[in-house]
Structures are given as structure tokens and as C-alpha cells.
Design a protein around this ligand. Structure first.
Ligand SMILES: [Zn+2]
Length: 243
């Protein structure tokens, strides 16, 4: 299994999970041009995408969808391609399990299993129910939102209503919230993709400090790689199969 993050944050979100027999794209939150460029960088085209999973329908996750009409988009708006929630959806060797997050639009996280490897994708959620911690515990590769630092968020000139929305239980995970969830549920993680980082209300050094502090408090070791996702930057982890 190999993971490529093409873009993450308010400018768009799109992640490719390459399994042995399936290429699974999670979210299409930027232009077609951008997606094609990212795919061509790894020698793929749109035709190589087998499944598209949509987390939710905010424009940074779902944009210009018309050009993908002939592809297999699995979402709640597409009755022909609906996945069962909290259940195993089986595509030969690949198992996809969607679970509901807490956001101001109906939003899903995904766990993808292939060949004993597990990828878990969690973004755009104000909280994570404890019953879903197992998806992190089982993950080799984890995409987890570290959206904002509460103090930096307060210092931005965003309207009070927006600030309240972001920090609410139907908004986004702060650095501290995400780090605590991770410290409590980390099991066999190899790579962490730090995701959906706010440009205005966050900073990579602040995130790193927070993760260190929280893991220290929990007396846990950081025994996985950490990558910070962003704009115009392909981050990847895992390894492609030889097939
Ligand atoms: Zn959203």
C-alpha cells in the first residue's frame, strides 16, 4: 500500500491510496488540472483511478466533480455507489469501512485494508468518538487532521462566529485534541500524515511541539514518522507492490 497526499488544507484536499489492485482517491477538492498534474507526476491518469471516496461536500473536498462523471464515485449523493457505514465494503482484497465524523456537513472517515496493511483517514471533525479509536490503533498509515492552534485561531481576524464554528464539536480538531487522540490510540503506526493544517491559525513547529508535549504527558514514545501535508507538495508513505 502506498499513500500519496496531493493537497490538504483549505485550498483543497485529495489523497490517493494505492492498493495492490485498486487506486482509491479520497476527495477531489481542487481543479481537474491540478489533479491531473499530481497523477501524472506518479505516471497515472484519471483512468487509473478505480474508486473515489468523498468525505463530505464542502468545496475544499469536492470541487468540479462534473469531469469525473464516468468514474466510480462512492458517496451518499450517489445512490448507485453507496457504501455501508460502519461495515466492511469488500472489493476483492480491499476492505473499505466508512465511519461517521462530527462536522457541520455529513462527513465520513475511512479505514482501508489491503494485504494486512491499514490506512485510516480522519479529517474535518470536531471530535472523535472513542469507539473509532480502534481505526487508529489498527493503522499502519494515518491521515489525521491537526487543524488549528486555539491561540493562533483567536489571533486571526476571522469573525467570532467562524472561530466558534471551527472550535466547536462540529468543526475541526485542534492540535491538542488530535495529539491526545493519537497518544491514547496509537498502536502500530508507521507514518502519520498531519493533515488539514490551517494556514492562518497553525504552524508546523507549533504542531510538533504539541505532539511532543502530549506524548510526554502520556509517557508514550513517538515511534513513527511524521509528515506535514500542504499545498503543492506531494507527501507519500508506504510502498508500492511489485505487481
Ligand atoms: Zn469541511
Amino acid at each position: 500500500m502506498k499513500i500519496y497526499n496531493f493537497i490538504s488544507g483549505s485550498k483543497g484536499n485529495s489523497t490517493l491510496v494505492r492498493c495492490d489492485d485498486y487506486n482509491i482517491l479520497i476527495d477531489i477538492g481542487n481543479t481537474k488540472k491540478y489533479l491531473l498534474e499530481c497523477l501524472s507526476n506518479i505516471n497515472l491518469t484519471l483512468e487509473d483511478i478505480d474508486i473515489i471516496l468523498i468525505t463530505h461536500f464542502h468545496t475544499d473536498h469536492f470541487k468540479e466533480a462534473k469531469y469525473l462523471e464516468d468514474l466510480n464515485i462512492y458517496s451518499r449523493l450517489n445512490k448507485h455507489h453507496d457504501l455501508s457505514i460502519n461495515k466492511d465494503n469488500i472489493f476483492n482484497d480491499v476492505i473499505i469501512k466508512p465511519f461517521k465524523l462530527s462536522h457541520d456537513d455529513e462527513c465520513y472517515g475511512y479505514q482501508i485494508k489491503d494485504n494486512n496493511e491499514v490506512y485510516t483517514h480522519i479529517s474535518d471533525t470536531g471530535l472523535l468518538k472513542e469507539e473509532y479509536y480502534k481505526y487508529i490503533k489498527e493503522a499502519d498509515y494515518l491521515y489525521l487532521e491537526f487543524n488549528h492552534d486555539p491561540q493562533l485561531l483567536q489571533r486571526t481576524d476571522r469573525p467570532a462566529l467562524v472561530k466558534r464554528r471551527i472550535s466547536s464539536t462540529k468543526g475541526h480538531l485542534s492540535n491538542q485534541e488530535a495529539a491526545v487522540i493519537l497518544a491514547q490510540s496509537n498502536g502500530k503506526l508507521k507514518d502519520l500524515l498531519v493533515a488539514h493544517i490551517s494556514e492562518e491559525a497553525n504552524d508546523i513547529d507549533v504542531i510538533a511541539q504539541e505532539i511532543n508535549k502530549v506524548f510526554n504527558d502520556f509517557e508514550k514514545e513517538i515511534d513513527f514518522n511524521i509528515q506535514y501535508t500542504g499545498f503543492m507538495k506531494v507527501s507519500s508513505c508506504g510502498k508500492e507492490s511489485d505487481k
